[in-house]
Every structure is written in structure tokens, then in C-alpha cells.
Design a protein around this ligand. Structure first.
Ligand SMILES: [Zn+2]
Length: 285
């Protein structure tokens, strides 16, 4: 009951923040019982005991502890997701500062490769992730072919939801690894400002998959950098792929042109590496 009030407050605060910021406000929606799939123990009423989680009013539940607990546990939220139950324990931990690092890097986000750095590192999206995304599209089609309200559609929706969760987990895992790598090696990490790109308004499945991968990578890197005492900057992304990072003139390119070749100063580079350099230059200017 306590946490319900907190959730409602959070929804309204976010609503007012959006109104003030001039965004599309989106008034908080009524949540029917069918969509209410989690509840929180805000302070007590739960206890970890070996392989069991003791929940008050429910009893002892067998569980898999997927990693040892750190810090002081504050709340416990029980979540039901695609037929599985999760206990989410939030804890207060001290940030782990990393030693000072003067190296800076620019990161260009892309479709073919998730990210390319100004140091020439290419983070391709892994093959298993691309395969899952293909399967996702196929299942999506199988859902839309089935009659609305039918049992066969319900079943197909369930299969699709499970694959969505699987793909989301794969992407999350990969983004955690990439962001950890960046934060460990660089003191300043520069990204394109995704809001300026105006990417949030598309309804295309493939495109929205790519978008969500980008913003997740940026947000993972940002929070990891914060607790490590490192800096993430987001810069204006306009023209980063067209400008020459060496002399600054505009070198017109089509999407299919993978190489940057400057006729003015003779600089030759990979298209995305050139863009990453421009992003780095804007962040350090
Ligand atoms: Zn040039």
C-alpha cells in the first residue's frame, strides 16, 4: 500500500516534468488489475535464508540467487513477467571510483555496427542478437496474421512476448559489456545527443529496435561513468558524418559510401571513425 502511493506520485511528478519541459505530457494512465504485475516490500517483511526467500503474508519461496548481495538492502519488489517470478532487491552501495584517466574517446552509433570509436574500435552487434531480431520479425508477422481475439493469436502473442524478453536480455548483456569496456578505459566518453536526432517518433520495428539499443548503451555508460568518477558528454550530432575531422570541410557522402576521403587535405578514414572523431572534437572543444 505504501509503495502504491509512491508509484502514483512518481507517475505524476514525471507528468509535471514533461509538461514543464514542453514535451508531450501523457497523463498517467489507469492501471487495471490485469496489468498490475508487481508489488513492493518498502522496508521489511522479507528475508533471505539460504535457498529460500521468506515473504510475509506469502511464506517461504524457493529461489535462485543469481549473485551475492552487496551493500545494505533497502527494498524488495516481486515481479511477474512472462510466466516467471522475480524478486528484485535494491541495495545502497558505495560508488567504486576508478583511477584518473586522461584519455578521451568519441563514439558514433550506427545500424550495421552498434558503435565505432575514434580509436578505430568497432563494436558489431553479435550474430546471435541479429538472428534473434530476425526471428522477432517473423513471429510479429505470425501474430498479425491471426484473427483478433482468437486463442491462436493469444498463444502467438505469448510466444512473441517471450522472444522479446530474450532479445532484450541479449541486448542488455551486450550493452553492459560494451559500456563497461568504455568506462574502464576512458576518462571522457562522447556520444551523439540522441534527442536531437529526433529518432523517437518512428513506428518501424527494426528501427525502434536499433534506437532502444542506442539509448540503452548511452544510459548504461552514463551511470557506470558517474559511479566511476568519469565523464559522459552528448554533443550535437548534425553533420558529424559529412565533415572532415582533419580539416573541417564538408565532404558529401551517401549512406552507401563507407569511406571518408577528403579532397581538400587528403585525409582518408573509415566513415564511422571519421564521425566518431568529429564527435570527440565537439566534446573537447
Ligand atoms: Zn579534410
Amino acid at each position: 500500500m505504501q509503495d502504491v502511493a509512491k508509484r502514483l506520485d512518481k507517475a505524476f511528478q514525471a507528468f509535471y516534468r514533461r509538461v514543464k519541459g514542453g514535451e508531450k505530457p501523457g497523463f498517467p494512465r489507469f492501471k487495471p488489475a490485469s496489468q498490475y504485475d508487481s508489488f513492493t516490500y518498502p522496508q521489511g517483511g522479507y528475508k533471505l535464508d539460504g535457498k529460500k526467500l521468506k515473504l510475509s503474508k506469502i511464506g517461504d519461496v524457493r529461489m535462485k540467487l543469481h549473485r551475492p548481495l552487496e551493500g545494505k538492502v533497502k527494498t524488495c519488489t516481486i515481479i511477474q513477467k512472462n510466466g516467471k517470478y522475480y524478486a528484485c532487491l535494491s541495495a545502497e552501495v558505495e560508488p567504486k571510483q576508478l583511477p584518473y584517466c586522461a584519455d578521451a574517446v568519441g563514439v558514433d552509433l550506427g545500424v550495421r555496427t552498434l558503435a565505432v570509436t575514434s580509436d578505430g574500435e568497432h563494436f558489431k552487434s553479435p550474430a546471435y542478437l541479429r538472428a534473434s531480431e530476425k526471428r522477432l520479425k517473423r513471429l510479429q508477422r505470425s501474430v498479425s496474421r491471426k484473427k483478433k481475439g482468437s486463442n491462436r493469436r493469444k498463444k502467438a502473442v505469448h510466444v512473441l512476448a517471450r522472444l522479446h524478453e530474450h532479445v532484450a536480455n541479449q541486448r542488455k548483456d551486450y550493452n553492459h559489456k560494451v559500456s563497461r569496456g568504455l568506462v574502464n578505459r576512458y576518462g571522457l566518453i562522447a556520444f551523439e545527443d540522441l534527442n536531437v536526432l529526433g529518432m523517437t517518433k518512428n513506428h518501424n520495428l527494426a528501427k525502434s529496435i536499433v534506437d532502444s539499443g542506442w539509448s540503452q548503451l548511452v544510459s548504461f555508460t552514463t551511470y557506470k561513468a558517474e559511479s566511476a568518477g568519469r565523464v559522459v558528454k552528448q554533443v550535437d550530432p548534425r553533420n558529424t558524418s559529412q565533415l572532415c575531422s582533419s580539416c573541417g570541410v564538408v565532404v558529401k557522402k551517401l549512406l552507401k559510401d563507407r569511406k571518408h576521403h577528403c579532397l581538400c587535405c587528403g585525409y582518408v578514414a573509415d566513415r564511422d571513425e571519421n564521425a566518431a572523431f568529429n564527435i570527440l572534437k565537439r566534446a573537447t572543444a
